[in-house]
Structure formats: C-alpha cells, structure tokens
Design a protein around this ligand. Sequence first.
Ligand code: CDP
Length: 310
Amino acid sequence: VLCWFYVYPVYRLPRDKDIVEEVLRQGEAWQKNQTGIDLYRKLLTECCDPKRMFAVTKENSPMGKVLWYDGEFYHSHTVNNETYSLFVQDNPLQLPLKKCAVVGNGGILRHSKCGRDIDQADFIMRCNLPPLSKEYVEDVGTRTHLVTANPSIIEKRFQNLLWSRKAFVDSMKVYGSSYIYMPAFSMKPGTDPSLRAYYALADTSSNLTMLFANPEFLRTVGKFWKARGVHAKRLSTGLFLVSLALGLCEEVTAYGFWPFSVGLDEQPVSHHYYDNILPYKWFHAMPEEFVQLWHLHKSGTLRMRVGHCP
Ligand code: CDP
C-alpha cells in the first residue's frame, strides 16, 4: 500500500543547520532595493490596504457594521453604541513612516547589543507586551511606538483584569505613549479581555492609545502569505507586524526573528530573549515564515538582523 506521502512529494523545510549555513553564507551583506520595497508596498496595498484597514476605526467600521472574527468560523460582532465609541476616528499614524524597526521576541536578541540600533528607528513595533527591563535594554532598546497584546496575556498575566487593574496599568508604563494593538475581534473569547484592557487604560488616563486590529486586515494578510507558501492555522504576530511595516514604512529592519534552536555560532538559542517557553507546535509556522523573510532580506526589500549589531 502506498502511503499518501509517497504519492505526493511533500515540501520539506530546510533543516535548522542548513538555514544557519545559508545565513552565514550571506553574511552581513545587505543592499537596499527600492524596486523591491515599492513592489511589496504595492502588493500589500492591493491585497490588504494597511493604511486604511490595519485598525478598526470609526471610518472603516461604522455603527451596524458586521465584523467577522478572523480566528474562527461564523462568529461576528455587530458594531454598536458601546463598541463604536471605543474606536479611533481614522488611522492615527503619521504616514509614511520612515525607518521602522519590527522587534520579534526571539532568543537571538539576547547579547545581540541591538538596543541602540533599534532605538534609532523612527517607529518601533514590538510583539506581545515584551519585557523591557534594565537587563534587556542593551539588547532590545527602550523605545516603543506600537506594541501588540494578545488577549490571552490579559487573562493569564493580569487575571483578566477582574481583580486589580493597577499591575496592568503600571506594567504598561514601559511602552510610553505608544499604541497598543489588540486583536479584539479575532476570537470571540478575546473580545472581553480586550475591552477590559481598553477601559483599564482609559479610566487611568494612561498615555497609551488602544487600537483594535481589524479582523478583515488580519484575514487578508493571512491569505497574502498563504499564497506565498506560509501554511499555518495562523500567522505569527511578528509576520503581521512585518507586513504592516512593509505597507506603511519607507524602510523596514526586523530583529529577533529566529525560530531555530541553534544560533549562528552553533550554540543553543532560547525561544524568547526572556524565557524558553516554546509555542504550540502546529499553530504557527515560524520557520516557514523565516524562509519568506529571508527571501525579502536577500532581495533587499527589508533587512533582517540575525547577528550582533555593530
Ligand atoms: O505569540 P507569538 O508566538 O506569535 O509570538 P512571540 O513568541 O511573542 O514572539 C513574537 C514574534 O517574534 C513571533 O510572532 C515571531 O514572528 C517572532 N519570533 C521568531 O521569529 N523566533 C522566535 N524564536 C520567537 C519569536
């Protein structure tokens, strides 16, 4: 009996070791390619219209509009009085953004000394409320303009904000006056924690501005990458942010994207720069995503920093 995998050739990802070799071959060489940058901005604008669609706004989501959850089937939220009042009027970013840094949470950042480099960007995006405490500053920097927050973090780290909201509000202070970008309408159970986070910040006159990720944008970006060989239940937060940056910024540098267990020096690398908790295996396809990002790096469309910063 022939098993299906003998009949259909399966696309195999290169092994970690092969990727390390490939990255080392390329070395630090990088040349910006304006044609590639313009092309990707055009492709992303056509598919996903990041300028208009990246957040839920009063302009793209008027009262009565049905927002379809992108993370599950057949669930929707109809914009009502209560939710409409929480949306920003329009895209609040000053466009075009010039130099953007997208900071993933990969362990490769540890001892990278990339903090200064990152902090020099005009617009800095980070994923999942990462720690920016003193011990990490040298490697990841201090400034933030947009930070994503998964509703599950609100549940786990802040007890769903049902008890004290002080710990949450206090720990948001490291992100200064940035935008906090939450997928409030991706999965139904994520809506309540996201709204609670909104109120916790609003009630304490926090400097942060809440932006809800537009589920339509998340869906179209997912499709964009699926057509380019990224097959996963869901894109990683980092790839969403890189896509957003490619659509909105003149120049993009990505840091902390390295979903492999060995580094360029063949030493073990932890999954995050702050811990080694691994993700659910089949949820994201980070190595596949990396291969795509590396193509963009090689073509000069964005710059990946995977080693030490000068
Ligand atoms: O929640 P999620 O698993 O997407 O992300 P995370 O672990 O908080 O890390 C933020 C982002 O950094 C991920 O979404 C990936 O895009 C990237 N990352 C990576 O490329 N390599 C790693 N070892 C860890 C994270």
